[in-house]
Design a binder for this molecule. Structure first.
Ligand SMILES: [Mg+2]
Length: 153
């Protein structure tokens, strides 16, 4: 699964470092950042398939605000929320905003890997649908491809 790219967003440095290392050891291309702002800045330049996002983060942007912006910027990126026991309402709000699912902290690596696999599968199937729709479009309207090429000249 090493073509999948994962971004982990969590303000707890030790947790973040450990998780990023563990995922990379399993050949999942994983990057970590400590704030919503950093996540969005990185997502402007690099594509990620799945974002693992902590709900409770200090400073300007909490998890929900970050989720909102991620979904605006990259609607097809799947987001797995990390939530505490006291934040079930926030988890539900996150699901309504388009999060793929949530996991309760402390997170077991095996649970996270299962959830990641599910998110990869969904992302992959959506990517395939989009690719196949694009191919169908090309085959159905060859003239459009020609027109587009002319416009680019
Ligand atoms: Mg936190």
């Amino acid at each position: 699964m090493d073509y999948f790219r994962v971004l982990v967003v969590d303000d707890e440095e030790d947790f973040l470092e450990t998780l990023v290392n563990r995922l990379n050891k399993r050949s999942i291309d994983t990057t970590g950042v400590q704030s919503g702002e950093d996540a969005l800045a990185l997502m402007e330049e690099k594509l990620f398939d799945v974002v693992i996002l902590d709900i409770k983060m200090p400073g300007g942007m909490d998890g929900i605000e970050t989720l909102r912006e991620i979904k605006k910027m990259r609607p097809l990126t799947e987001v797995i929320l990390l939530t505490g026991h006291g934040s079930m309402e926030t988890s539900i709000e996150g699901m309504k905003l388009g999060a793929f699912d949530y996991l309760l902290k402390p997170v077991k690596l095996e649970d996270l890997l299962v959830k990641l696999a599910e998110a990869f599968e969904k992302k992959d199937s959506q990517d395939q649908k989009i690719r196949s729709a694009k191919i169908k479009e090309l085959l159905r309207f060859p003239g459009r491809v020609f027109d587009q090429e002319k416009e680019e000249d």
